[in-house]
Design a binder for this molecule. Structure first.
Ligand SMILES: [Zn+2]
Length: 149
């Protein structure tokens, strides 16, 4: 399983619930994909649930389109293979208070050409530019039906 390059890693084990704020800021400064850590291209994507798709605001940073599509399958949260987050550390509760404990009904990939940010550190949010298009998980699942089934 690929590990997003912005996660907190403890004793070699990535914590899928916790982005490392220093890594996130470093990724932003250098224009890197928040999943694979490689340079972003002109078209970027944001992965989020229905609320994010209505507002254009995201908790997770910009990713390559293919990384976002892949995360529908690879990430234990986004793919829905795990029903809820694993153990949530009490000392990290602040960064989780806005996180959804269960997978949203539908996940989408917001495809755009830029973004701005709001807040900082644990409260950082991403405001995407207007969507060029939105790819929904159901479409992705259709497209990759042979893999998914
Ligand atoms: Zn990537």
């Amino acid at each position: 399983m690929p590990v997003p390059s912005t996660l907190v890693v403890e004793d070699g084990a990535p914590d899928f619930t916790t982005p490392d704020v220093d890594k996130v800021e470093d990724h932003l400064r250098r224009g890197l994909c928040h999943l694979c850590g490689e340079k972003l291209r002109a078209e970027i994507g944001f992965v989020g649930g229905v609320v994010s798709m209505n507002t254009g605001m995201f908790r997770d940073g910009p990713v390559h389109l293919e990384c976002g599509r892949y995360s529908f399958f690879a990430c234990p949260f986004v793919s829905g293979r795990k029903e809820a987050y694993r153990y949530i550390r009490p000392d990290r509760v602040i960064s989780h208070q806005q996180a959804t404990p269960h997978r949203p009904e539908h996940m989408g990939l917001w495809v755009t050409d830029g973004f701005s940010t709001l807040g900082a550190r644990e409260r950082l949010q991403f405001i995407a530019h207007a969507a060029l298009r939105v790819e929904w998980d159901c479409e992705i699942h259709h497209r990759f039906a042979t893999i998914h089934d």
